[in-house]
Design a binder for this molecule. Structure first.
Ligand code: WT7
Length: 650
């Protein structure tokens, strides 16, 4: 089907729609209508249907202390009970919960009963170390059954986990340990990715020497490589050995609905990464609900979300959502390009994956590889088990969408382009695969009940066809509850006074004049999205200027990149004279390594340009829009009359 302007529209297949959990536009619209008519009643109904409560809630939404909203506040529950015990009680004890595939290809499966036993043992270990409800536990580990069990174990005893992605440096890990005030770190000796053994435990050791981590009592280490590593007597313990001595049962600790299930650090436009605080009840509801509706998860599906548990996608769509529904899922340790770029396709074939959820950046890099080599092209694999595809983390360009649809989905699988954020806990704007006609490059329509809108700087609605600021008008159950320890920053960042009490997502968006479909136009703040990884330009600038022996000043901007979506581009003024040739290359390498140490390899700039000065206004502000044009290689069309030093542009 095509419209006048040649936008392709893909309508859901009739058979898929008939069997779908949300079957057709009428069903979608009925849900939206239900939410509109009785907002609290709608969420209360779903919270009763999807979550098993220890004490049922009687209050739904409490707005007394807005924007510190409370959902289901007098209900109590346990997230781990909902993900594990409940499934065993329903007779799913012998069902495979996780199919783990290691970097080297070895496969390990665990059933719901086994995962419950392991989680309970870990929970008992944490208890024996004195971890109590409300204590924080930092988890610095690679993709593994142990990683999922560690998160579930924290949830089981009411401890708040904070997973730090294994690609972050000792310095970043230290910052997060200090900010959370954690007592315990759970890590592994190593992580194995792309055939390489990379350290984890030694990075924890380094982080703990950097100061500020005095609250840490123990480091629990999972054995992955089995290689010899340094263990500090009295502090460091092997988790497997301790767990083996523990009972395989552990009574869940029932927590109130708004009890913090986890903290996850993410970048904003200013300052250090913020600890996004999520609730237990509202969060779990949305993780489960979106897994059911957006991914159309059914009992016999094999679900694969390729995200790392270090990001929110891994929390909602590995650790919590699919398990809450009793699904079977893949956990993959490795990388998409090892041993070759056919790895994803081979795994889909081997495990008969039916639902596959990945990021545009991965798709784009695999397109390149497939176009260069038939052997790693999806057509060389049997992908007939697939019935649904998903995309997340950044806008998916229509060309990548079409390729994904045709070559991976065989032209028959709907693609759900899911827009959401660390702060939102789960999908906000997304197609319902058995209902929504798809337009490549558009995340289409709001998830039923989510009141997203596009407004101007004063919070007034803008008409369809006109771009503006993406907001959420009403609180929703899985929303961020606070920035850990910084309520003021929470209010400032997400509920600025000029926006009428709406949640500010930080993205620009536009709705199509005909279809009212949403397209995300990108961040409106100083946040970059590189390969779906979120980074603040300020953070990278601070890391650069902390290299005090070399750097006088630095400015960081993003520029479009064919593979990674955006690339980090740094403009640096050195303390010494302008370097050229090999010397410039050597200094750039030094700075990249420095950023790798300060933040992590993901933040290393693709381009580093040296200059005598930065373009500034007369009041001393760096003119980033000029730098962005320069980074893109565009002609400068902006007004440069306010520039204090116009000659700098040359
Ligand atoms: C930012 C949030 C969502 C979990 C992973 C990233 C961008 C995310 C999409 C999408 C266009 C998207 C936005 C958002 N983003 N999904 N489908 N289309 N943009 O979570 O690290 O908190 O990043 O990612 O800019 O604000 P995050």
């Amino acid at each position: 089907m095509t419209t006048e302007n040649q936008t392709k529209i893909y309508t859901p297949d009739a058979a898929f729609a008939a069997a779908a959990n949300v079957s057709g536009m009428a069903a979608y619209e009925a849900l939206c209508k239900e939410a509109e008519t009785d907002y609290e009643g709608y969420w209360a109904r779903l919270a009763r249907e999807f979550v098993t409560w220890k004490t049922p809630f009687t209050k739904v939404l409490n707005q007394d202390n807005a924007p510190f909203f409370k959902w289901f506040e007098d209900g109590t529950l346990n997230a781990s009970y909902n993900c594990l015990d409940r499934n065993v009680e329903r007779g799913l004890g012998d069902k495979t919960a996780i199919i783990f595939e290691a970097d080297g290809g070895e496969v390990t499966k665990v059933t719901y009963s086994e995962l419950l036993a392991k989680t309970s043992q870990y929970a008992n270990v944490l208890k024996s170390m004195g971890v109590q409800k409300g204590d924080r536990v930092v988890i610095y580990i690679a993709m593994s059954i142990e990683g999922v069990a560690a998160m579930q174990a924290c949830a089981r005893i009411g401890a708040t986990h904070s997973v730090v992605f294994g690609g972050f440096s000792a310095q970043s890990l230290r910052d997060r340990i200090e900010d959370t005030g954690a007592k315990i770190v759970i890590t592994a000796d190593h992580q194995v990715r792309g055939g390489k053994k990379l350290p984890l435990k030694s990075i924890v050791d380094e982080a703990l020497t950097l100061g500020g981590c005095e609250k840490i009592q123990n480091v629990l280490v999972v054995k992955r490589s089995g290689a010899e590593i340094a263990m500090t007597e009295g502090r460091d313990l092997w988790l497997g050995d301790l767990a083996a001595q523990q009972s395989t049962t552990c009574e869940p600790t029932w927590v109130e609905a708004d009890h913090p299930l986890f903290l996850l650090y993410t970048s904003g436009s200013t300052g250090k990464p913020k600890g996004v605080q999520h609730s237990t009840g509202g969060y779990l509801l949305h993780a489960a609900l979106t897994t059911k509706w957006t991914f159309d998860l059914k009992d016999n599906d094999v679900f694969w979300c390729t995200a790392d548990i270090g990001w929110v996608t891994g929390h909602s769509y590995i650790t919590y959502g699919p398990l809450a529904l009793g699904g079977t899922e893949i956990v993959f340790e490795g990388v998409p390009t090892y041993p070759d770029a056919g790895r994803f396709w081979k795994m889909i074939q081997d495990h008969k994956v039916s639902i596959f959820y990945t990021a545009p950046t991965a798709i784009r890099s695999l397109i390149k590889a497939a176009e260069a080599n038939d052997a790693v092209h999806p057509k060389s694999y049997d992908l007939s088990s697939l019935r649904l595809l998903g995309s997340v983390g950044e806008p998916i360009n229509p060309a990548a969408w079409e390729w994904y649809h045709l070559h991976v989905g065989g032209g028959r699988c709907p693609i759900v382009d899911t827009f959401w954020q660390t702060e939102t806990g789960g999908h906000m704007i997304t197609p319902m695969p058995g209902a929504t006609p798809l337009v490549p490059g558009s995340c289409t329509l709001p998830f039923p009940g989510i009141q997203v809108a596009i407004v101007d700087e004063t919070g007034n609605d803008v008409p369809n066809g006109q771009g503006g600021i993406l907001v959420v008008k009403k609180p929703w159950p899985s929303m961020i509850r606070n920035i850990w320890g910084d309520g003021e920053r929470f209010v400032k960042s997400y509920y600025p006074s000029e926006l009428k009490g709406y949640y500010l997502a930080g993205d620009g968006a536009i709705r199509d004049a005909n279809t009212a479909y949403f397209t995300i136009t990108g961040r409106i703040d100083d946040v970059l999205n590189v390969s779906g990884h979120r980074m603040g330009t300020m953070e990278i600038e601070s890391a650069l200027v902390s290299c005090t022996e070399l750097v006088a000043e630095a400015a960081v901007v993003g520029r479009p990149d064919d593979t990674t979506g955006e690339a980090v581009c740094a403009f640096v003024v050195l303390k010494r004279s302008l370097p050229t040739g090999d010397e410039a290359k050597a200094i750039a390498k030094k700075l990249r390594d420095h950023i790798g140490k300060e933040i992590g390899p993901i933040a290393k700039p693709k381009d580093i340009r040296f200059g005598e000065n930065l373009p500034k206004t007369r009041s001393g502000k760096i003119m980033r829009r000029l730098l962005r044009s320069i980074a893109k290689g565009e002609a400068i069309t902006q007004d440069t009359s306010t520039l204090e030093n116009p000659a700098i542009l040359d």
